[in-house]
Design a protein around this ligand. Structure first.
Ligand code: ZN
Length: 248
């Protein structure tokens, strides 16, 4: 049974992606990316090529659809839309094609489900216990991995009750483990690699050992300033540059 690496919301941040891959090296057999490979960050081509090079199975996110032009960015706020337009201009024809062909979730594999947003709506944000309850009750797999909110943690359904959980990783670089129970359904968000919004600016990801039914919630620091400098050089909107340092 494989050990999984779960990545989500990389958002064209190659420095954060490399920090996460270095920390996870040798600890996984199979990797899945839950979408939003591009958008906001300065390295769309480099990040796509790294994911393709590693053969990481990827489902699409809303930024992958908008940045590759298969969906318009009308729903995006003006700042996000400016980043979408910049990203679209940067992408090579080959990378544009790869992004356009990304499948929508859910991807189902070995009793696990992988989605970008909610189980039955890839664009829906699952922030609340009420929203999570719908996905947990509709799930046919005991464990669903999701992204989109950029918040590491998730929700569980046990004895008819839904609860939220949020890990807190105190060491500079490292993880907190969580053992999974068999009579419980889980919705697990690895957090965002390239633009965390849970108040912790470090890159976030998850490792899942299927044999031991054990999750590790990871946080690793990366050179945020280097990414901010590249964003400024590219002329990406200032609020997007600043938020990386706050993790909001
Ligand atoms: Zn995202």
């Amino acid at each position: 049974m494989p050990r999984y690496l779960l990545l989500s919301d990389i958002h064209a941040n190659l420095t954060a992606l490399e920090a996460a891959l270095a920390a996870a090296e040798g600890r996984w057999d199979s990797a899945v990316c839950l979408g939003d490979v591009i958008g906001y960050g300065p390295d769309p081509n480099e990040v796509v090529e790294r994911i393709v090079g590693l053969g990481i199975r990827t489902i699409r996110g809303n930024h992958d659809k908008a940045g590759s032009g298969i969906e318009d960015s009308e729903d995006f706020n003006p700042i996000a839309r400016a980043a979408v337009e910049w990203t679209h201009e940067q992408l090579t024809p080959e990378n544009l094609r790869w992004l356009r062909e990304l499948p929508a979730g859910p991807l189902i594999d070995g009793g696990l489900a992988f989605v970008h947003g909610a189980l039955l709506d890839e664009d829906e944000y699952v922030f609340t216990v009420e929203g999570a309850a719908r996905s947990l009750r509709e799930a046919t797999s005991p464990i669903t991995f999701f992204g989109h909110t950029h918040v590491q943690g998730g929700f569980l359904l046990r004895n008819g009750r839904v609860e939220a959980f949020r890990p807190s990783i105190a060491t500079e670089s490292g993880f907190v483990p969580m053992e999974l129970d068999t009579d419980t359904r889980y919705l697990i968000n690895p957090g965002s690699i390239g633009q965390p919004r849970d108040g912790d600016p470090r890159a976030a990801f998850v490792l899942f050992e299927t044999d031991r039914q054990r999750i590790e919630f990871w946080r690793v620091p990366y050179d945020i300033e280097a990414v901010q400098n590249r964003m400024e050089e590219a002329g990406l909107p200032e609020p997007l540059v600043l938020r990386l340092a706050f993790g909001r």
